[in-house]
Ligand binder design. Structure first.
Ligand SMILES: C[S@@+](CC[C@H](N)C(=O)[O-])C[C@H]1O[C@@H](n2cnc3c(N)ncnc32)[C@H](O)[C@@H]1O
Length: 441
């Protein structure tokens, strides 16, 4: 796909970010501070020659004690993050997990399953590109028409979708599951003139009667009486109608809570290559079978589970559960017969309106199939660590490292993330971007 334009923009905004860092460094080279030091040193020598070293030593000790206690207080205030505390969930003590309990980092400490791609290929963008993208996207996000998008995407996923669409620059974007239209709006911000096809049972215009919604003028809606499920659309004729000949220049976005295995097979059959799944639910959670669930196998680093109650995993999970709303302990993870795959051994579909008990070997075969068609698998990272965003829902031990890591408060503020309300960071569910192609024979 054509990327030069984006890369150039990324480079120019990267230069801005670098010059921002330079500006911070320049502050510490402030000339006036050097002048003050010279005057102070002269006075200090005069003082010592007159009164001796006892008072300077006492003053120095006092400053060290004051500095240490203020650092401890500041760090605690950064990580004691929420006032709400219901039932088992105790966010007020979450600071125990930020390095004070011997874990180097929360991120991935429990294990982050991922899908192996056929040739180990990864995405082209780097964390620097993501940071430049954030700098650009935050002011755009602040102009969103739907401020409260409960049940839809929050900030992390909005950024991920915008970034991917902008990087790939597709000729056509298809979304399945639009709700009030926030994700349509995000796609539009990424690609102002590109056609969108939105497949969703209820037309977003219906929501306009009750409050904010977004209806796009350059979008074909398969909605209301025109609704057809993605799997039943005649994509060949739709592509022809829109003049699309190269299906590798189409981006598909699924936020329709259907089994991702089902959607993957349908997309592959139609010949599509680039797909974003909004909710790549963690094992044991969510209302549909996700890629993360499918690929959660013991041969993957961070994958596979033990339902043994005395295991290390059981102990770590029990310890973490009180701190994160969506964290599971081993009792919740494991169903009858020690079935942990999918959700307690079930393959869920269609908002969990349908679900099917599957054996471990069926689950394993599913992962083999997925890996046979995967060219790229990339989970969108959370935008920032929980001590910065104050998110209280997902357990960072089951997530990839964030773009802005805990402790990088200045960067968080400089990017403008501090201007957003805390609630927009609470919806992260491991959105994933994949590239697929037919299995090799
Ligand atoms: C979580 S919402 C989508 C949120 C939206 N993408 C956003 O960011 O605001 C899920 C949507 O999927 C729609 N939906 C349900 N079944 C569907 C299907 N088979 N195909 C497409 N959309 C479906 C629902 O009506 C709902 O609007």
């Amino acid at each position: 796909m054509e990327r030069e334009g984006v890369q150039e923009r990324m480079h120019s905004s990267r230069r801005t970010a670098v010059s921002g860092d330079d500006a911070e460094n320049e502050e510490s080279d402030d000339e006036s501070k050097t002048k003050k030091t010279v005057a102070f040193s002269t006075r200090f020598i005069n003082f010592v020659s007159r009164y001796g070293l006892l008072w300077p030593c006492l003053a120095f000790t006092f400053i060290v004690v004051l500095f240490t206690s203020s650092v401890v207080f500041y760090t605690r205030s950064l990580v004691c993050v929420s006032s709400s505390s219901s039932g088992f969930f105790q966010p007020h003590s979450r600071f125990a997990f930020f390095g004070f309990d011997g874990l180097d980092s929360d991120f991935g400490s429990l294990g982050v399953p991922w899908c192996r791609s056929k040739h180990g290929k990864s995405v082209e963008w780097t964390s620097k590109d993501l940071i430049s993208g954030l700098e650009e996207f935050i002011p755009i996000y602040e102009t969103r028409p739907i401020k409260n998008n409960m049940f839809g995407m929050g900030f992390d996923h909005s950024f991920g979708l915008w970034f991917i669409a902008r990087w790939l620059k597709p000729d056509l974007m298809i979304e399945s599951g639009a709700f009030k239209g926030h994700s349509t709006w995000v796609l539009r911000q990424a690609m102002p003139y590109t056609r969108i096809i939105s497949v969703t049972p209820r037309h977003p215009e219906k929501y306009l009667k009750k409050g904010p919604a977004y209806v796009d003028q350059n979008c074909t809606y398969f909605a209301g009486k025109d609704f057809v499920d993605f799997g039943n659309v005649d994509w060949k004729s739709v592509m022809k109608k829109h003049g699309v000949t190269d299906l590798s220049r189409v981006l598909i976005f699924f936020d329709d809570h259907q089994s991702e295995l089902k959607r993957l097979k349908q997309a592959l059959k139609a010949g599509f290559r680039h797909i974003v799944f909004e909710d790549n639910y963690d094992t044991g959670t969510g209302d549909h079978y996700s890629l993360r669930q499918i690929c959660d196998q013991s041969y993957i680093r961070g994958g596979g589970h033990s339902c043994f109650k005395e295991s290390d995993e059981a102990r770590v999970r029990a310890k973490r559960k009180p701190f994160w709303e969506k964290a599971l302990d081993i009792n919740e993870l494991c169903g009858p017969g020690e079935s942990w795959w999918g959700v307690r051994g079930y393959m869920r579909d269609d908002f969990n309106h349908s679900n099917k008990l599957i054996s471990y070997s069926e689950h394993f075969q599913n992962s083999r199939f997925v890996e046979s068609i995967l060219d790229v698998f990339w989970e969108v990272p959370p935008v920032a660590g929980p001590s910065l965003t104050h998110q209280t829902r997902y357990d960072p031990a089951r997530s990839v490292p964030p773009i802005v890591e805990d402790g990088r408060y200045n960067l968080f503020q400089r990017l403008g993330l501090g201007r957003l309300e805390t609630s927009v960071f609470n919806g992260y569910t491991q959105m994933v971007y994949v590239q697929i192609s037919e299995p090799e024979s």
